[in-house]
Design a protein around this ligand. Structure first.
Ligand SMILES: Cc1ncc(COP(=O)(O)O)c(C=O)c1O
Length: 390
């Protein structure tokens, strides 16, 4: 069976060019980037080249790039690196667990935390951010694009609010990088997280952008790697892969690749809405990253649809993919005020440059039939939904 992967917000495969770029760093050029001999210098040059490639994607200085083990570490570093007991953090209810659970842990350690609500469309109101500020506010952390709905947050406006109030601003750009342009100066952030495996680089690689002059306490102590901002021997091959992926992602913003993904996403979304009754898009009407659509199919269980589609060869995700395996309803949809039955009837489709028009056509054959079948199997769902919605 030909499999169709539509879960790129969970992870993406390496692009062949990325793997090719990495290969020499496993065997021939295996040096430790801190060693002073030729082996080490070769590895160091590769790491610094990757730093330049990532800096180009974010429009920052190479020295402002800190390589980490992924989005989770970058988010944790931003939060625990800036906040101390007595400080106040302003964040939102729709952040990824890498921020949400870090904020909860920081709260246990004496940090005051405000979790801002969002609109039904999954957008944070910058005025809510402004109103939440207190004399002890030290950090604002608001994601750039939501991983479940793809809705883009007003980070530039929030950056201006942070600048006026002279507080640090962190944005989790894990689901934005490689999908929409990122310019750290325009955003006005001090810290920004990205993750390699969401943009066709290896899992276990990531970046924390740290604006020049921003003082923070590292999360990992040891050697003086990454200018004493993140200890530990560099993952040279992974970093090389991330650099190459960043270079490709930057080109994709202007060479038509991302536009093509947006066309595929729109075809899928509109085709499903046309073919299926009582189906709609979460976050519709808001600016979204081009690859993501989160749809509800009332009167069925999203998890059942995920399994049914998997059996038909289509990989999608219900709720947040990073916590997939857990069937808890999504905290993002809950924060948007979506009724429980509809939260449970929601499925996320996230595409990448590797999807094709033929795959969308096939999906538009398979998904409506699977939805109809599941709805037939559980007519009771109809009355359950009606009750929950009332
Ligand atoms: C918005 C967001 N932030 C952070 C992460 C965590 O990134 P990583 O898997 O690299 O730890 C994810 C992963 O899905 C994410 O979607």
């Amino acid at each position: 069976m030909r499999r169709i992967y539509m879960d790129a917000n969970a992870t993406t495969p390496l692009l062949p060019e990325v793997l090719e770029a990495m290969k020499p760093y496993f065997i021939e050029s295996f040096g430790n980037a801190s060693s002073i001999h030729q082996h080490g210098q070769h590895a160091r040059a590769a790491v610094e080249h990757a730093r330049e490639q990532v800096a180009a994607l974010l429009h920052c200085r190479p020295a402002e790039i800190v390589f980490t083990s992924g989005g989770t570490e970058s988010d944790n570093t931003a939060i625990f690196g800036i906040l101390r007991p007595g400080d106040h953090l302003v964040t939102t209810a729709i952040e990824h667990h890498a921020v949400l659970h870090s904020a909860e842990k920081a709260h246990e350690r004496g940090v005051e935390v405000t979790f801002l609500p969002v609109s039904v469309g999954c957008a944070v109101d910058p005025d809510d951010v402004r109103r939440a500020l207190k004399p002890n506010t030290k950090l604002i952390s608001v994601m750039m694009a939501n991983n479940e709905t793809g809705v883009i947050q007003p980070v530039e406006e929030i950056g201006r609010i942070a600048a006026e109030a002279q507080v640090f601003f962190h944005t989790d750009a894990v689901q934005a990088a490689g999908k929409i342009p990122i310019d750290v100066a325009a955003i006005g952030c001090h810290l920004l997280s990205i993750s390699g495996h969401k943009l066709h680089a290896p899992q276990g690689t990531g970046v924390l952008y740290v604006r020049r002059g921003t003082r923070f306490e590292p999360l990992v102590f040891g050697g003086s790697h990454e200018r004493q901002r993140r200890a530990g021997t560099e993952n040279v091959a992974g970093i090389v892969g991330l650099g190459k992926a960043a270079e490709i992602a930057l080109a994709a913003l202007t060479d038509g690749t991302d536009e093509r993904v947006a066309v595929l996403r729109d075809c899928l979304e509109q085709g499903l809405i046309a073919a299926i009754e009582e189906c709609g898009v979460h976050g519709a009407g808001h600016a979204r990253v081009p690859n993501t659509t989160n749809l509800y199919f009332d009167h069925l269980e999203g998890e059942a649809l995920v399994i049914a589609l998997d059996l038909k060869g289509i990989a999608v995700s219900g709720g947040s993919a990073c916590s997939s395996g857990a069937t808890d309803p999504s905290h993002v949809l809950r924060a948007m005020g979506v009724p429980l039955a509809r939260q449970r009837a929601s499925v996320r489709f996230s595409l990448s440059r590797l999807n094709t028009g033929a795959e969308i056509d096939a999906a538009l054959e398979i998904i409506p039939a699977a939805v109809a079948h599941l709805r037939e199997l559980s007519p009771a769902n109809k009355s359950t939904y009606a009750q929950a919605a009332n």
